[in-house]
Design a protein around this ligand. Structure first.
Ligand code: ADP
Length: 487
């Protein structure tokens, strides 16, 4: 009998989903409720290298079927999955809120629907794709995009449902089979996805979900030589190991690895809008790779910006992830809270100034107060390293060139934000910022066909639209000599 656990009224399987069946492991790992960290929500099957091997064998079988189906047939099943996600949105949001601690309202209205949109969007992109065909010299040429095999997808613990759908959809649209390994701190929503995959009618082995620890089953998956692609989102440290494992097998690897985005405010900006967005970087307790965590403010604005920022931050409501009005939710895990505490303590020791926050909210709970730090120098650790918590830094600049130098002064380059009303400034600074996405007077607005990824330590490769489908495909140039074939 398959093991299911009751998470706030939703029955969630604690097992893997491999070859169209639930499969259990003997060992398990626990996942907790960030709102009440002593509460264990579930003991989940903890995959090992045998689990990984089984998943690869089953995914290879799934690939044989899926890659032979037409784009239209595959797209129809992906649309069915999107329908099912929409019909179970409340259950998925409930379970993810319990498991990850993100605000329920945001999950049910924004991130779970985006999960459905990920599948719809890639189903459409695959259908719309027109292979490039042209004549040159003495041949007719065509670029063919071929399914490449089994894609291993390793996902992080923040926004788990949205990110696993975002990363799996293009692989499926490419005609590949998928093995998804969700993060061990928030594995539960992916288990609901497995139920929906089953219901949507994916042939067995096309879409597999393996649970477990990164260094165990994750490492076994990414180093399996039968795998065709490895797609990862997570930390720089893990990317170095995973990328090396893939490279050993000459397997293409893509990684989205976090950021340290600048949010630059020029003197001509709509200051209230800029302050509001700056405070908005505390959303989801800063557990967002795209966040603009380095506030770079023109020196003439510093006082006014700071007083408005501190006033608005003081009103931020720490609270339960279930309440709509909550602004600051708990950190996902005691170990992660410890990371954040460590960054701020070291900043204090370094002589950086803590302008607000800088402490945990309550012993035994996982909330950390929204924190602003004025660093002693640009070399301070809090400026140069990703904290992934509700901790921002404030620096000033005198000239546009200084703003650009500061913006580009970390190893990361995922995102940047510019607040200005000048088209010239927006265009000059936008071009000069080394980042995969630059937003002007806005944040987080995404067109799913646009490329997404990072410069430097923020990643390798691009997701989004055809960029992601190309990554999962084998690309072939097909050339026929003129007048050499009978009609
Ligand atoms: P974070 O620092 O955000 O917790 P990690 O990069 O450690 O992120 O983890 C992101 C994902 O990568 C998780 O699913 C984790 O299990 C997985 N992972 C971590 N280390 C490895 C590894 N060596 N091989 C494969 N997967 C890994």
């Amino acid at each position: 009998m398959e093991n299911r656990t009751n998470v706030k009224g939703v029955l969630v399987s604690t097992e893997h989903y491999i070859g169209g069946k639930r499969v259990a492991s003997e060992k398990s790992f626990a996942t907790i409720n960030p709102n009440q960290p002593t509460q264990i929500l579930a003991e989940i099957s903890r995959g090992d290298s045998a689990t990984a091997d089984l998943a690869v064998v089953e995914a290879q079988k799934g690939f044989e079927v899926w890659s032979q189906m037409s784009v239209g047939e595959r797209s129809a099943i992906m649309h069915k999955l999107a329908d099912l996600i929409e019909s179970r949105a409340q259950d998925i949001a409930t379970v993810e809120c319990m498991d990850m601690g993100m605000r329920y309202e945001s999950l049910v209205n924004r991130l779970v629907p985006r999960g459905a949109r990920n599948f719809r969007s890639y189903a459409q992109i695959a259908k719309d794709h027109k292979p490039r065909k042209w004549h040159s010299n003495t041949t007719t040429n065509e670029i063919q995009r071929m399914p490449s095999g089994v894609s291993v997808i390793i996902t992080p613990w923040n926004a788990p449902f949205m990110l696993c759908t975002w990363k799996c959809a293009p692989a499926l649209a490419a005609g590949n089979s998928v093995i998804l390994k969700p993060a061990e701190w928030s594995p539960l929503s992916a288990s609901i996805l497995a139920d929906l995959i089953d219901e949507a009618g994916f042939p067995a082995g096309v879409f597999n979900i393996v649970q477990g620890i990164g260094e165990e089953v994750g490492a076994a998956l990414v180093s399996n030589p039968k795998v065709a692609r490895v797609s990862f989102t997570g930390s720089v440290d893990a990317a170095r190991i995973i990328g090396a494992a893939a490279a050993k097998n000459i397997v293409p690897f893509t990684g989205e690895l976090g950021g340290k985005g600048p949010l630059i405010v020029f003197p001509d900006a709509d200051l209230d809008a800029a302050v509001k967005k700056a405070v908005g970087q505390f959303d989801d307790s800063g557990q967002v790779c795209l966040a603009g965590t380095r506030l770079l403010v023109h020196e003439s604005l510093k006082e006014e910006f700071l007083s408005k920022f501190l006033a608005l931050t003081a009103k931020q409501k720490l609270g339960s992830s279930w309440e709509d009005e909550t602004e600051i939710t708990p950190m996902i895990h005691p170990k992660h809270l410890e990371n954040v505490v460590g960054f701020v303590e070291r900043a204090r020791d370094n002589g950086d100034s803590i302008l607000c926050g800088g402490k945990i909210y309550q012993e035994g709970a996982l909330w950390y107060e929204p924190t602003l730090i004025e660093p002693k120098s640009n070399d301070s650790e809090v400026v140069q390293r990703e904290i992934f918590g509700p901790v921002l830094t404030l620096q000033t600049f005198a000239t546009e060139d200084q703003a650009i130098v500061l913006a580009n002064s970390t190893e990361f380059g995922l995102s940047g934000m510019i607040y200005t009303t000048s088209r010239e400034i927006a265009s000059r600074v936008g071009r000069a910022i080394r980042a995969g996405t630059v937003w002007v007077n806005c944040f987080l607005i995404r067109d799913l066909t646009a490329p997404f990824g990072g410069f430097g330590w923020s990643g390798i490769g691009r997701e989004g639209g055809d960029y992601a489908i190309d990554f999962h495909s084998d690309i072939k140039t097909f050339q026929i000599l003129d007048d050499s074939l009978n009609d």
